[in-house]
Write a protein that binds this ligand. Structure first.
Ligand SMILES: Cc1cc2nc3c(=O)[nH]c(=O)nc-3n(C[C@H](O)[C@H](O)[C@H](O)COP(=O)(O)O)c2cc1C
Length: 198
């Protein structure tokens, strides 16, 4: 008895449901972690983990430094992939789509919810640039701490990107490598799916 997903499933609700299942599993520490795949300006594929902080009917949002290497890749080539994998659940989700920058209000709201030390880190980190040693980073955190007496504002170069999916695949591990795969594509705003050979 394998997995049976409806052909016209609510795909974004499906992603939320699988992340929710992962959130409830005690062995999963980063249920919203996904590998963000981008194409560098020189044409090389790159991947790194990010935390997907919200999934709405429109898209999946993650936050980063907009001067980072990944942000430069996304500005050059605003298409990306997000791949979730939860080993203990035997599940993978692959999302492919177009990238947009989230509104300043959305970035402000998420930034305000972060711990102060993480907020200071966003000011102190010149993400993806060469760092001579850890002390330089910690000194910068201290300096920013002293310069903000009250709330820490969001740095202008820090914020969110939204992946607007065009294709989503749900993969459920099966016995003897006879896995279940369902691939959904968006056509004129509606999702259409089919089962694929594993
Ligand atoms: C579990 C995990 C979660 C991470 N989440 C984020 C994130 O949400 N945003 C981010 O910018 N980097 C995150 N990172 C760090 C990135 O993987 C990466 O090292 C960093 O962003 C620099 O990438 P870049 O040089 O390609 O821009 C995370 C790393 C791990 C291991």
């Amino acid at each position: 008895m394998g997995l049976e997903l409806p052909i016209n499933w609510d795909v974004m609700a499906g992603i939320q449901a699988w992340i929710q299942d992962a959130t409830q599993h005690p062995a999963i520490h980063y249920p919203d972690a996904a590998c963000l795949s981008t194409l560098s300006p020189t044409g090389y594929p790159e991947g790194r983990l990010v935390l997907v902080r919200s999934v709405t009917p429109t898209g999946l949002v993650f936050f980063t430094n907009h001067r980072s290497h990944k942000a430069q890749s996304l500005q050059h080539h605003p298409k990306a992939g997000l791949t979730f994998y939860w080993e203990v659940l035997g599940r993978q989700i692959r999302v492919t789509g177009d990238i947009e920058v989230v509104t300043m209000a959305e970035s402000d709201e998420y930034f305000a919810s972060r711990p102060r030390i993480s907020q200071l880190g966003a000011w102190a980190s010149q993400q993806s640039q060469v760092l001579d040693n850890r002390e330089t980073l910690m000194k910068a955190v201290d300096e920013w701490d002293q310069s903000f007496q009250g709330e820490v504002p969001r740095p202008p170069h820090w914020g969110g990107f939204r992946l607007l999916p065009i294709q989503v695949e749900f993969w459920q591990e099966g016995d003897y490598r006879l896995h279940d795969r369902f691939v959904y594509q968006q056509v004129n705003g509606k999702w259409h799916g089919n089962r694929r050979y594993p």
